[in-house]
Design a protein around this ligand. Structure first.
Ligand SMILES: [Zn+2]
Length: 69
């Protein structure tokens, strides 16, 4: 019977390691962001931080409004 418990223990450790590795991959995903070039100055900013105006992306509110810094 001991071998069955050993097998279960090995499978459990393997499953935990697999799950941890999977979580690490999921955590790494948000660091890969889509970069958008500002329509005004051409500066590349992450899509999350970019200001969107009429389907175009800008680095700041001023550039979205067409004003210089
Ligand atoms: Zn800009």
């Amino acid at each position: 019977m001991k071998i069955i418990f050993l097998l279960i223990a090995v499978l459990l450790v393997w499953w935990i390691l697999k799950t941890l590795r999977g979580n690490r991959k999921a955590d790494a995903r948000p660091t890969v962001q889509n970069m958008r070039a500002c329509e005004y100055c051409g500066l590349h900013v992450p899509e999350e931080e970019a200001i969107q105006n009429q389907g175009r992306f800008y680095c700041c509110k001023e550039h979205a409004q067409g004003k210089p810094d």
